[in-house]
Design a protein around this ligand. Structure first.
Ligand SMILES: [Zn+2]
Length: 171
């Protein structure tokens, strides 16, 4: 089983069927942090580390991209996914200029959208294969894609909680 060295998340592929609800719960917590309106939402603690607002925009886009990938995998045999361009989007979509309340609402909708698509996968669909190009090109199942999406939510939630806690300690 894969395990993330940074946040401790374990890739339990047998839990893929519960990924949709897990995404919704985690995103609800993330949206709550954005709605709380800390003045540090736009603050980068390090020049190369995204601010909480930028992480929120990233997570919203991850959910939308992953939803499209799941849908593609149902109609195409072993599709290969281009990287989503995580760093380019920060600039191209102007993450830092977005309104935290808007992003909270959008990520909540995005979580609901991917949950709906995941809920419609049958037993055979979960085993559909895709070529996933991050972190390296590997063939994966939709089970892995779903569990990886839960990891994205949990990992970035931890990132942002740490940032906001650190900022509060500094104040
Ligand atoms: Zn992680």
């Amino acid at each position: 089983m894969d395990r993330c060295a940074q946040c401790g998340f374990e890739y339990a592929l047998a839990d893929a069927e519960s990924a949709g609800p897990a995404i919704v719960v985690g995103v609800s917590q993330f949206a709550g942090l954005l709605r709380a309106g800390s003045s540090d939402l736009r603050h980068r603690t390090q020049p190369e580390t995204w601010s909480p607002l930028e992480y929120g925009c990233h997570l919203r886009d991850v959910l939308l991209v992953q939803r499209e990938r799941v849908l593609a995998a149902r109609r195409i045999d072993t599709p290969s996914f281009e990287p989503m361009g995580r760093d380019e989007r920060v600039v191209h979509d102007g993450y830092i200029d977005q309104d935290p309340g808007d992003v909270a609402r959008q990520m909540t909708d995005a979580a609901s959208l991917i949950r709906n698509v995941l809920a419609r996968l049958g037993d055979a669909d979960w085993e559909r294969r895709v070529v996933y190009n991050h972190p390296s090109a590997l063939e994966r199942s939709l089970r892995w894609v779903a569990v990886h999406t839960v990891h994205e939510v949990r990992h970035h939630l931890l990132d942002v909680r740490r940032q906001l806690t650190t900022s509060a300690d500094d104040a």
